[in-house]
Design a protein. Structure first.
Length: 225
């Protein structure tokens, strides 16, 4: 099966093409300015060219469903649903937290905990078994303080993601490791997406909404005096 994978929940605009579990092509770029709106469709075009296939060869579209950037998720979701509608192929959705843990599994860590920056001292997070990748706690928005994650103070745990920097500054965890330059990536959607495809675990394209976790918070313009 050939699947287009889209991940736009963070600063990483990421697109991949796979055939089964084999990665055919990956196009991605991390930008502080969140370039999904200007880069996503170009990356899709490049990924298809790199994989030497066309849109009509696709069997499904896989999407990192969030949580993460509200605008990024809207852009990725709209594109994925558009491809599915136009090509009459199914939509697969995967929690974006799951695309951050794979490189760190089956190593020396008891737990892998993604931390996506959600402004100020807040992060999006979940806890995963460091050996099996099993999700052990529900995804949540969490405000970090000195008491956060104290239940892991005697465990070997790794915090991954752009929220790990502010966590490292305040958490008192002697056995913890912090990897800050980790973002959700389309290439790590592949394994879970293939599983879902084989089980026909598809989304209703008409009613699907990304996993925002929080309501959109815009910036109010000051009224003129």
């Amino acid at each position: 099966m050939k699947i287009l994978h889209i991940e736009t929940s963070s600063k990483n605009c990421s697109v991949a093409i796979s055939d089964g579990e084999a990665l055919l092509c990956l196009c991605e770029e991390v930008s502080e300015n969140y370039k999904q709106s200007e880069s996503l469709h170009t990356f899709v075009e490049w990924a298809l060219e790199g994989a030497e296939i066309s849109l009509h060869d696709l069997d499904a579209v896989s999407l990192g469903m969030g949580p993460g950037s509200y605008t990024g998720l809207r852009i990725g979701s709209s594109a994925a649903k558009g491809f599915c509608y136009g090509l009459k192929i199914p939509l697969i959705a995967v929690n974006s937290m799951e695309t951050m843990i794979e490189p760190f599994l089956s190593r020396e860590f008891d737990f892998v905990i993604p931390l996506l920056d959600a402004r100020r001292m807040e992060v999006y997070t979940a806890v995963f078994n460091g050996k099996t990748g099993e999700m052990l706690s529900a995804t949540e928005a969490k405000i970090l303080d000195e008491t956060s994650f104290q239940e892991f103070k005697d465990q070997k745990v790794i915090f991954v993601g752009d929220g790990a920097a502010k966590a490292k500054a305040i958490l008192q965890l002697p056995y913890a490791t912090f990897e800050e330059k980790v973002y959700p990536s389309a290439k790590f959607l592949i394994k879970k997406s293939v599983e879902k495809f084989n089980h026909q675990d598809f989304e209703d394209v008409a009613y699907f909404e990304p996993f925002y976790l929080k309501e959109f918070q815009g910036v109010k313009k000051k009224s003129k005096q």
